[in-house]
Design a protein around this ligand. Structure first.
Ligand code: MAN
Length: 353
């Protein structure tokens, strides 16, 4: 697979984004959904802000206080034996490792815009900011699907009751309609298809199963984008391969003559994230036609291998121009990068297995 990474990579870095909160630092501007709107490319960045800690033994966790709409900072002592600080993204209780308690940063969605798709400027304000009890730990990893003249932005809402997927719609990125939580916890990586198929909307989603099952991709349909049913298992992890730990939808599915092209992420249990591809039936996207044996993209560049959480390429959106796909992707849970690929080459690799 020939991948042309942009020479300007990374395109947006934490240093390009002034923090919205006093005494905070931006540690991530990554995993952005993408839209073309008028003459601009919009990236819906996940901006992660971390409270600055001046004492080495103190780890701080930001939480939204819904009454005041302010950030409340909870402090933990690194020497406190009850807690596990191993994963820099969270603070967990040692005897309850699976149910994490606090995140070390708060994410929200902010726009980076560009006329040429390569040079971006970041808006001064947030586009979407946590505003209900399902979002007090932040909102993350947006995807944007355009259906006719409406843009649907879905994202992970994170709170102590779990990670669910929420949806808003807009025609102008100024006025938004809140469509609520569309998938209950834990669910991430929801991709809404860009058109109805046999009169139904479709979405890929990734429930995180606890007692039995894996982190696999499922598909569901809906008459109205809000009530989702008809759930079917679609793309599972594959033991001892690059996607043996977890899989999740990446880019909004792309319609091609051969089927719906799904570019998804797959990770090993050690959390090395690559991008792969699968092909779904045009008339019934719950039918998997083919799936790439090998990743189409792996973390190779320095900015993909090193960062807040290294060895991660994580595409959430792309733009199609004929055979050319421009993918914008998060790198190392830190920054945004861009690349182009040929859609026919991806299809060839998928079909070869
Ligand atoms: C994972 C990571 C984090 C994220 C949490 C909550 O641990 O993806 O970056 O903040 O989940 O969604």
């Amino acid at each position: 697979m020939k991948i042309e990474r942009f020479l300007e990579n990374p395109l947006v870095c934490p240093l390009d984004v002034p923090p919205l909160h006093e005494d905070h630092e931006v540690i991530g501007a990554f995993n952005a959904g993408v839209a073309q709107y008028k003459d601009e490319v919009l990236l819906f960045l996940r901006v992660a802000e971390r409270p600055i800690s001046r004492q080495r033994n103190i780890v701080k966790a930001p939480v939204i206080d819904l009454e005041t709409n302010e950030l409340e900072i909870v402090e933990f002592d690194k020497n406190d034996e009850r807690y596990d600080f191993e994963d820099p993204r969270m603070i967990r209780l040692k005897d309850k490792l699976d149910s994490f308690i606090y995140l070390t940063s708060l994410s929200y969605i902010r726009v980076a815009r560009s006329k040429d798709g390569h040079r971006f400027t970041v808006d001064d304000e947030a586009l979407l900011y946590p505003n209900n009890k399902y979002q007090i730990f932040g909102i993350e990893d947006a995807r944007c699907t355009q259906i006719e003249d409406t843009y649907y932005i879905n994202f992970s809402s994170v709170s102590p009751v779990g990670v669910c997927d929420s949806l808003v719609s807009t025609k102008d990125f100024k006025i938004f309609k809140d469509m609520g939580n569309i998938f209950a916890p834990e669910n991430k990586d929801v991709l809404i298809f860009p058109e109805k198929i046999n009169e139904q909307y479709y979405a890929l989603h990734r429930p995180s199963l606890k007692s039995i099952g894996n982190y696999d991709i499922w598909i569901a349909s809906s008459p109205d984008l809000q009530s989702w049913g008809n759930h079917k298992h679609l793309i599972g992890i594959r033991p001892s391969k690059w996607d043996s730990g977890r899989v999740g939808g990446g880019l909004v599915p792309i319609k091609t003559q051969e089927g719906w092209l799904v570019i998804y992420h797959g990770a090993t249990p050690e959390n090395r994230y690559c991008m792969g591809a699968a092909l779904l039936d045009l008339d019934d996207p719950s039918k998997l036609i083919a799936r790439s044996e090998h990743p189409i993209m792996e973390p190779e560049e320095e900015y993909e291998k090193n960062g807040f959480f290294g060895d991660v390429v994580f595409g959430c959106g792309g733009l199609v121009d004929g055979d050319r796909l421009t993918m914008y992707y998060g790198v190392a849970d830190t920054s945004m990068a861009g690349c182009t690929m040929s859609i026919s080459e991806i299809l060839k690799q998928v079909k070869e297995g």
